[in-house]
Design a protein. Structure first.
Length: 180
């Protein structure tokens, strides 16, 4: 029997013993009635880079893949096992837009829902304000992003961002810059 949680995630088999004996014992905890294993559905860590050029424009990318293909995003992605958020950010920015981060400052964390291939993932998106070696040296990765453009604050339509977490990060960032 399949078990579905409040987020619509479906689970059938215990990852430890393989028995079809999972049941929810809390909003994020599954219990196997055969071997006693407990599985916690904790959020995955993801990172996003706020990169501003010398003219005060924010780097925005267009997603090349689902979910939300064609919508705006910031350079970033999921942290890999054993990787710090800072390491993940440096790797993702290099992969997606070919830029080298020279310094970064934590901007905030934002919970998100990431629907991918019929599975709903809960994520914790960590935003960072970044400086890069040469903002003019953008090389958009065709597999990751279709376009990478610097946009003036007045050109940014936050509703074009693919994810609520990134939309909120950009809104907070722009509001802070306006107050400064």
């Amino acid at each position: 029997m399949a078990v579905t949680n409040q987020s619509g995630q479906v689970f059938r088999y215990c990852p430890k013993c393989g028995a079809a004996a999972l049941r929810f014992t809390g909003p994020k905890r599954l219990h196997c009635d055969v071997c006693g294993f407990e599985l916690y559905l904790n959020p995955a860590a993801a990172v996003a880079a706020l990169i501003v050029d010398a003219e005060g424009r924010l780097l925005v990318v267009e997603r090349a893949q689902e979910p939300k293909k064609g919508m705006w995003d910031l350079p970033g992605g999921f942290a890999e096992p054993g990787e710090s958020a800072e390491e993940a950010l440096r790797r993702e920015v290099a992969e997606e837009v070919g830029l080298e981060i020279t310094s970064l400052r934590y901007a905030g964390s934002y919970p998100n829902v990431y629907d991918y291939m019929g599975v709903r993932y809960r994520t914790m998106d960590l935003g960072f304000v970044c400086e890069v070696a040469d903002a003019g040296a953008i090389r958009a990765s065709a597999t990751e992003v279709t376009t990478a453009l610097f946009k003036r604050p007045d050109e940014i339509d936050v509703n074009r961002f693919a994810f609520d977490s990134v939309r909120r990060l950009v809104e907070d960032f722009l509001a802070q810059r306006q107050r400064s």
